[in-house]
Design a protein around this ligand. Structure first.
Ligand code: ATP
Ligand code: MG
Length: 693
């Protein structure tokens, strides 16, 4: 006989008091009757929580889950919220429409796309597919060979995407953001038109079409608009500050009938303008909805008053922002520490040893995050954590040395170091416009039997295996590599290659050329510490070898057991007990290119704000003092403006000293002695950390 097992659900008639988990301000949001609602509140004030509970509240009061639409920044965030709602209600809420804008657009176009010429069976192409489609348009139009320096497929895709997301013309985008290509505008426009046509012919939609076609459906077809506007009784958007113009418009169309639009955001955390997001959507919400009710959440549950104090002090330097007040409910804690380091090596060592210390004193790896401005800032930190056998996970997947542009530049050095390295040749040769896999192989076949393939590369018989139009460029490359082969020190070799060869390739190839160039400069600086290419390449290879795993082995590599290394951008909405922010020097954080533009500097400050406000209990701001440059000797780095402008009372210096002592104080000046570690008050009352202990 079959045995049965009953799952214990809540007793019949059970109802959880949702409001008990909320404060007064949050309750007002959760229980509001409806109409346009704008919740603007600082980090950690429970915006996401209020939105989640409002969903539960509405369903509990009888709202039809199938008529609620929730849009968030990642699908994972939506799933987390919906799971929470399910748990609060003990009810199946799978009919709620939740996900990113793209996710929802996809669903709706499958249903109603025929109206805008979209076959319901359409395929979605990812960025990579978009790029190859764009590439074939460039080829069809014959633009690649004749026009040197014509933007590469990825740049073209980015231009197309920005134009659509910001709802502005290609001309504006090129003028504003890609001014290197202004003279190519007519050809760029032709290419983008061909691209649109090709997508239509092959019945594919790219990511931007999911929004573009969706909006077209709403704007050009009043019957569909009315039907959808009727369907969605309640619309909710989290992280509204990072929505783009087109996403803002979509929300407005969908909400046109019931006008129950609840948007939640924090202008101080708007950090995606490089992708076309605009917090104008928040700033002008009340212009578009004069009857909108503005809600404020002014209690911060995430961070200690000390961390909050520092966050507020910093963001106060931005002019473009909405004034907000936040009070912390957490108890007085440890002052944020400003940690001056000798150089980047000491910075990495401090983080690794301090993390070890925290782990020995009861923290879990998953309580800790290192948040940086640019991916390359994590290089030495990754190596150092690896050496210290601390499990870590790099959020966003690709580790620094595995990125295409990093591997590209390294490939030149590999050829110089070992001219027999076929893979390196095959990576480098296609950087010459016109050389593909086939020609690259032909060159390799011509040189590989020689004792020194690099030397034989400059010979006539090698050069002549290539079509005439490519010879001069190839010879220039071969000569440069031969010249550099006389040098052993890796830093200057890489610098020279970047300047003379690879830099131009970066411009025409990558949509985020500035960021990539910044990565490469960082790597060159990293290489400055090495005397020989051999040791440098050895360490770098080692760094890629442990990619994807951790020192403690695979089983511990998941995020629950690992210290998280992440860019600030990818840490949005999340929180950790302890946060380290390295590289707080000018040119790194804020990044170099933001210096001359007020808007860009303010966006950098918002990124810093997001980083600081991820911290719950402890915050460490690291400022390396010196950088080593082979030719120029030692250079003094300037501390970041974000550190310099802080009021002195919002942090405490933490000095690294050999044989010294460490002391933490809370903001009331109470010392917190660390048990089992060499911690005492130092004579002068400063906070000192002995990292050799
Ligand atoms: P961000 O701006 O970073 O996205 P947020 O405003 O969305 O932050 P939440 O992530 O919702 O804030 O909340 C921050 C933390 O505070 C979470 O751990 C949440 O569970 C907790 N929290 C929020 N409201 C309350 C409350 N009323 N009581 C207890 N804890 C709360
Ligand atoms: Mg949130």
């Amino acid at each position: 006989m079959a045995r049965t097992f009953a799952l214990e659900g809540p007793p019949a008639g059970w109802r959880r008091d949702l409001l008990a988990d909320l404060n007064e301000e949050q309750r007002a949001v959760v229980t509001a009757k409806g109409g346009p609602m704008l919740v603007v509140a600082g980090a950690g004030s429970g915006k996401t929580r209020a939105l989640t509970y409002r969903l539960a509240w509405l369903v509990e009061r009888g709202a039809d889950p199938g008529r609620i639409l929730l849009m968030t920044f990642t699908n994972r965030a939506a799933q987390d919220m919906l799971r929470r709602v399910g748990a609060l209600l003990h009810q199946d809420i799978r009919r709620i429409w939740g996900g990113t804008f793209h996710h929802i657009g996809n669903r709706l176009l499958r249903l109603y796309g025929t109206r805008v010429g979209v076959d319901p069976a359409f395929t979605i192409i990812d960025r990579e597919d978009s790029s190859s489609l764009m590439r074939s348009c460039v080829m069809d139009l014959g633009l690649s060979h004749e026009k040197r320096n014509f933007p590469n497929k990825n740049v073209l895709v980015a231009i197309s995407s920005l134009a659509r997301n910001t709802m502005s013309s290609v001309e504006n985008i090129v003028d504003d953001r890609y001014s290197d290509f202004t003279d190519k505008l007519p050809d760029i426009q032709r290419t983008l038109e061909a691209y649109t046509e090709k997508k239509r012919e092959s019945q594919v939609l790219d990511f931007d079409d999911l929004l573009g076609k969706w909006l077209e459906l709403l704007e050009d077809h009043s019957d569909v608009r009315n039907m959808l506007a009727d369907r969605f009784e309640n619309i909710m958007v989290d992280e509204y500050q990072d929505t783009t113009a087109i996403q803002g418009r979509i929300v407005d169309c969908l909400g046109a009938k019931h006008r129950n639009i609840c948007v939640v955001g924090d202008d101080a955390q708007a950090i995606y303008s490089f992708r076309g997001a605009t917090f104008a959507n928040i700033l002008h919400f009340q212009d578009r909805y004069p009857d909108a009710v503005l809600y404020k959440l002014e209690t911060n549950y995430r961070s200690t008053p000390e961390i909050l104090g520092l966050a507020n002090d910093s963001i106060g330097h931005n002019r473009h922002r909405l004034e907000k007040h936040l009070r912390a409910v957490k108890e007085v804690g440890i002052m944020p520490a400003l940690v001056p380091c000798e150089d980047h090596n000491q910075q990495a060592r401090f983080i690794a040893e301090y993390v070890r210390y925290l782990l020995d004193h009861g923290k879990k790896p998953s309580d800790i995050a290192v948040l940086y401005r640019s991916h390359w800032h994590s290089m030495e930190i990754q190596l150092e954590l690896q050496r210290a056998t601390i499990p870590f996970q790099v959020r966003g997947g690709v580790r620094f040395f595995e990125q295409a542009h990093v591997k590209d530049l390294l490939a030149y050095l590999r050829i110089i170091h070992n001219p027999h390295d076929e893979t390196a040749w095959n990576r480098v040769l296609p950087h010459i416009q016109g050389i593909g896999e086939r020609l690259s192989q032909r060159v390799w076949n011509a040189i590989c039997y020689h004792d020194n393939p690099l030397k034989s590369a400059v010979r006539d018989e090698t050069v002549n295996v290539l079509p005439k139009r490519l010879r001069a460029d190839f010879l220039a490359l071969a000569k440069l590599l031969n010249k550099l082969a006389g040098m052993t020190v890796p830093g200057p070799i890489l610098a020279k290659i970047l300047k003379e060869r690879y830099d131009n390739y970066v411009t025409v190839t990558f949509e985020n050329a500035r960021q990539r160039r910044d990565d490469l400069r960082g790597m060159i600086e990293f290489a400055e510490d090495y005397d020989t290419s051999e040791t440098f390449l050895g360490d770098v290879t080692l760094a890629t070898e442990f990619a994807g795993e951790t020192a403690l082995g695979e089983e511990n590599a998941d995020a629950d057991h690992a210290v998280i290394l992440s860019t600030v951008h990818q840490a949005k909405g999340l929180e950790w007990s302890v946060v380290f922010i390295p590289w707080l020097v000018e040119g790194r954080f804020p990044v170099e290119w933001s210096k001359n533009e007020v808007d860009e500097e303010e966006e950098e400050r918002r990124i810093f704000h997001v980083a600081v406000t991820r911290g719950e209990k402890e915050l460490y701001l690291l400022v390396p003092r010196l950088a080593h440059r082979r030719n120029k000797g030692i250079i003094r780095l300037e501390p970041s403006v974000f550190v310099r402008e802080l009021s002195e009372h919002v942090y405490e210096p933490l000095l690294i000293e050999s044989g010294g002592v460490r002391r933490h104080r809370d903001s009331r000046g109470r010392g917190r002695k660390e048990s089992g570690c060499s911690c005492e008050d130092s004579a002068d009352g400063e906070l000192v950390y002995d990292y050799d202990a």
